[in-house]
Design a protein around this ligand. Structure first.
Ligand code: GLN
Length: 255
């Protein structure tokens, strides 16, 4: 009987120990669970700002800047890959918190979302086939222009040359394929992805002229002003300590 009591006491002690250990582990877990999420929407077909690497992970300048901001805000970053032309609506509607997508600040978008301070410059570039008779933006009249749907390239070209001369594609790569196949005469898209598409395809070149110069920033829902302020503060710190420059230089080596 005495032995039984002893064994019982030991079992009880062990059980309590496990319980504490268990509770402890659970506490740490709930700590991690409690970390607020920062949900970023992007279109991961826009190298070097966002693309899917060989391991199937979304990487790039925007992914790294978002991670650095999330770390500063003690938030956990989640990235959602979506069609480019649904990003602003998703952000305004609250299904994502922020858009980082090499996203240009423009007046029309400002009606739906707020923009953070800017973190990079984008240039709308013109891609043509080698030997094309298009040499500058002045030669685009009457040509068929390929663009990524909903981008500023799409918006400017539609305004400047008319809807009937602009063909929209879901991604820049698809627009570039159409150029290769002769379905369009040129593609207008941001300079950095343009470089990467031209490098991956024989017989294409980027014209020396710039079609438009613009600023990239993070979009946040209009009512989410607290998050916007926090993002701007974090970004100012990341600019000051060189983090943003380092991220950009890692993906866009100085020429
Ligand atoms: N900078 C362009 C825009 O904001 C294109 C961005 C993109 O295709 N990811 O419209």
């Amino acid at each position: 009987m005495k032995n039984f009591k002893k064994i019982f006491a030991v079992v009880l002690a062990l059980a309590m120990l496990f319980c504490f250990a268990g509770c402890g582990a659970k506490d740490t877990n709930s700590g991690a669970d409690a970390k607020a999420k920062l949900v970023m929407g992007t279109n991961a077909a826009f190298p070097p700002y966002e693309y899917v690497d060989d391991n199937g992970t979304i990487v790039g300048i925007d992914a790294e800047i978002a991670k650095a901001i999330a770390d500063k805000l003690n938030m956990e970053l989640e990235i959602k890959d979506m069609d480019f032309d649904s990003l602003i609506t998703a952000c305004a509607g609250g299904s994502i918190d922020v858009v980082l997508a090499g996203l240009t600040v423009n007046e029309e978008r400002k009606l739906s979302v707020n923009f953070s301070d800017t973190y990079a410059t984008g240039i709308q570039a013109i891609i043509v086939k080698e030997g094309s008779d298009i040499a500058t933006a002045d030669d685009l009249e009457g040509k068929t222009i390929g663009v990524q749907a909903g981008t500023t390239g799409d918006i400017y070209c539609t305004d400047d040359y008319g809807q009937e001369n602009v063909k929209q594609y879901k991604t820049g790569v698809e627009a570039v394929m159409a150029l290769q196949n002769g379905q369009v005469d040129c593609v207008i898209i941001d300079n950095e992805p343009a470089k990467s598409f031209v490098a991956a395809n024989e017989g294409l070149k980027i014209l020396d002229t710039e079609y438009a110069v613009e600023d990239y920033a993070i979009a946040v829902a209009k009512e989410n002003t607290e998050l916007l302020e926090k993002i701007n503060k974090a970004m100012a710190e990341l600019k000051a300590d060189g983090t943003i420059d380092n991220i950009i230089n890692k993906y866009i080596p100085a020429e």
